[in-house]
Write a protein that binds this ligand. Structure first.
Ligand code: MF3
Ligand code: CO
Ligand code: CO
Length: 293
């Protein structure tokens, strides 16, 4: 799943919500600039130029290459620290910078989150064991451009709970992505994710959200993984943001460990996450960190 097509006529209302015709608004090269200024002024959202999208896409290609290699390494007995070493070395070797390292004091180059860890797991001495699930979240900066993606892997043979939460988290991201198109809103994405995950008896983490990305690690807008259809900022071509739902098998409540980073489920239940960086296109969306799942 890489691209989706939605047709907007020249004379239809512009998807950006301006109430002008599409041809007199975002479809028009010159007038589009004003949308760009409007989004910056109203929401502090940086709509990306094609050359910037190309930079983020290149960063995303590197990210996915590294993530695929990490997938090959995952097996019982591997230390989470070994994943950090690998991601750090591959990132630097490609002439890129691992964004997590020293970001707001984060001590490592990648987030590795095992089982009940929701996100921001710090690689270290924890050893992966058969039946664990592990999320690896990578953010390289290549030529100044950030891309951000993660995947949850099985270690050895998963049990029923592991299979369920990973499948619900993956499908949650797919459903969120499927809503991305000019004219949709951020609330449409959040609603699609929340309604699906909750219908499976799982819960959606509220404290961590998707985000604009590309020029900086975390830009506007915030992309909530819960919400109401039709609410929130209207999507327009050139927006680049992550969708990264964190789904818990039990309750949504979390707490952060003494290290001030590691977020864990309060009830100790499993949590899984999938994340990609999406571009809103004229026709729908394109993933700048595409992978099959
Ligand atoms: N990659 C995470 C995200 O998806 C952010 C990690 S911040 C860090 O937004 F400091 F922990 F790396
Ligand atoms: Co992110
Ligand atoms: Co991430």
């Amino acid at each position: 799943m890489k691209k989706k097509v939605v047709k907007i006529g020249r004379n239809d209302l512009c998807p950006c919500g301006s109430k002008k015709k599409y041809k007199n608004c975002c479809r028009n090269k010159k007038k589009r600039t004003s949308i760009k200024e409007e989004y910056k002024r109203r929401y502090d959202i940086i709509l990306k130029e094609p050359y910037q999208v190309e930079g983020i896409r290149k960063s995303g290609e590197l990210l996915i290459k590294i993530l695929d290699q990490v997938e090959e390494m995952i097996k019982p007995g591997l230390k989470t620290e070994d994943i950090n070493t690998f991601v750090h070395e591959q990132t630097v070797r490609a002439g890129a910078i691992p964004a997590p390292l020293s970001y707001r004091g984060f001590p490592k180059s990648v987030c590795v989150s095992v089982n009940e860890v929701i996100c921001h797991g710090i690689p270290g001495d924890r050893v992966l064991k058969d039946g664990d699930i592990v999320n690896v979240d990578i953010t390289p900066i290549l030529d100044g451009y950030y891309s951000d993606a993660s995947k949850t892997f099985f270690v050895g043979t998963p049990d029923e709970k592991g299979k369920k939460i990973v499948s619900v988290a993956a499908e949650s991201l797919k459903r969120g992505i499927s809503k991305v198109a000019p004219g949709a809103t951020l609330g449409d994405i959040g609603y699609a994710i929340q309604s699906y995950a909750e219908s499976c008896g799982c819960s959606v983490v509220r404290e961590f959200v998707g985000h604009g990305v590309g020029i900086n690690f975390h830009e506007q807008p915030q992309v909530l993984h819960f919400g109401t259809r039709g609410k929130g900022v209207c999507l327009v071509p050139g927006m680049v943001f992550t969708i990264e739902p964190m789904i818990n098998l039990g309750k949504k409540e979390l707490h952060v460990l003494e290290d001030r980073w590691t977020a864990v489920t309060s009830d100790g239940s499993l949590s899984a996450q999938f994340e990609q960086t999406l571009l809103v296109t004229e026709k729908g969306w394109e993933s700048l960190t595409p992978y099959e799942f």
